[in-house]
Design a protein around this ligand. Structure first.
Ligand SMILES: *Cc1c(COP(=O)(O)O)cnc(C)c1O
Length: 395
């Protein structure tokens, strides 16, 4: 509350604070100067992070790198696809995803996404034949039908990479998101569940993929010996693959490690916050929050909802302005200038076939951050502001 009794709009921009426990380790690293992951003979912070993250997700191998984008790129390279291979991606994702495909000398094929933010399975099945790989981006943590996707891809022998950048803690049918496909990739960028400013990690159960990614991430000479359980595979690939040097450094791991034990609590809080605001928005005649699919238990730190009914672009822009006037920034994905999540802004891809379903969704889908630290009154402030702004825009 402000001194005059008015509630101040909550700050949703700040990232999660870093636990106090990180300080001692950061001080130790600063005084020793031991920042490179491969200097210490064992137990470097990055190596410990990899072991802890693999245990948390229940997977055999983890490789920490400089970003989720780097992890997606390495995952594609580790699949050893022929140059120009087609890689299916959802048309609703962050520009980093088609960028990683281009970077790996592959060709992205954009698949339609419905108004529930999930892959349109009819379009997916139609575009799958001949694909070299599939990269499923769980955009804003919304999980597409992984059972249907895996059934089609397994039948066709096509590997699936999960872009779980924003899905840490999401569960599908009892399985952790990121462990369903051949490779899962996560982000530690500041606006994700774990904040290291920058950073990413890839997980896999496949020793050949792990070994290839480790070498290409920059484990030159025999540095790969510091990755447990992969000696045969790494020895085989040493000097046969290029080194892209996308390693994580120890300071990042020192910031990330003390946050891992907090993930479960953040996930639970984030889901409760989201569902509270979603119920409030769904009570408005002008707004709707799509339900998750049956097997999905979500881990949101933001909320997406649709302007439902016959909204004009002018009304949608009026809604954005009316929310902003109340101190709550709402982005309509397709109406915010140059949005990196709108496929028509990915000009680096050249001409692409039109995607009418995804375009229609993006023109009415709204995005609001809901950091897990928000309190009940702050969540109510946000929900009130959005509901009132929608009513105002529709008169
Ligand atoms: C954040 C994000 C990325 C990119 O992650 P970086 O670590 O910033 O490279 C990719 N995909 C999705 C869905 C994201 O949310």
């Amino acid at each position: 509350m402000a001194p005059d009794g008015q509630t101040i709009a909550p700050n949703v921009y700040d990232a999660e604070p870093i636990p106090e426990a990180a300080r001692a380790e950061i001080d130790r690293l600063l005084s020793s100067g031991d920042l490179f992951r491969y200097t210490a003979p064992q137990d470097a912070p990055v190596a410990l992070l990899e072991a802890e993250f693999a245990a948390l997700l229940g997977t055999r191998y983890a490789l920490a790198v400089s970003s989720c984008s780097a992890a997606l790129f390495l995952a594609l390279k580790a699949l050893d696809l022929p140059r120009g291979a087609k890689v299916l991606i959802p048309a609703f994702t962050f520009a980093a995803v088609p960028s990683s495909v281009v970077h790996a000398d592959c060709e992205p094929v954009l698949v339609e996404v419905g108004e529930n933010y999930r892959v349109n399975m009819e379009d997916f099945a139609a575009k799958l034949p001949g694909a070299g790989a599939v990269m499923i981006s769980h955009m804003r943590g919304h999980t597409s039908d992984m059972d249907a996707i895996m059934a089609l891809c397994d039948a066709a022998g096509i590997p699936v990479i999960e872009d779980a950048a924003h899905s840490l803690g999401t569960v599908w049918g009892g399985r952790n998101i990121g462990t369903i496909g051949k490779v899962g990739c996560f982000s530690f960028q500041s606006y994700k569940m774990v904040n290291a400013g920058e950073g990413g990690i890839m997980i896999t159960d496949d020793p050949e993929i792990a070994a290839r990614a480790i070498i290409m991430s920059g484990a030159y000479e025999t540095n790969w010996k510091k990755h447990p359980g992969l000696s045969n595979s790494c020895a085989h690939w040493q000097n046969k693959l290029p080194l892209y040097n996308l390693r994580m450094q120890n300071l990042s791991a020192a910031v990330i490690r003390p946050q891992l034990p907090l993930v479960a609590e953040r996930v639970e809080k984030g889901r409760a916050n989201h569902d509270h605001v979603a119920a409030r928005l769904n009570a408005s005649a002008h707004l709707s929050v799509p339900d998750p699919l049956g097997p999905e238990v979500r881990a949101p730190d933001s909320i997406q909802f649709n302007l439902s009914g016959d909204w004009t672009d002018a009304q949608a822009l009026g809604f954005q302005a009316a929310s902003k006037a109340r101190g709550v920034a709402v982005q309509v994905f397709g109406l915010s200038e140059g949005n990196a999540r709108a496929f028509w802004n990915w000009q680096f891809l050249g001409d692409q076939p039109e995607l009418p379903q995804t375009r229609a969704m993006l023109m009415r889908a709204c995005d609001v951050r809901l950091p897990t630290r928000l309190t009940g009154p702050e969540l109510d402030y946000i929900a009130d502001a959005i509901v009132e702004a929608a009513a105002e825009a529709r008169v």
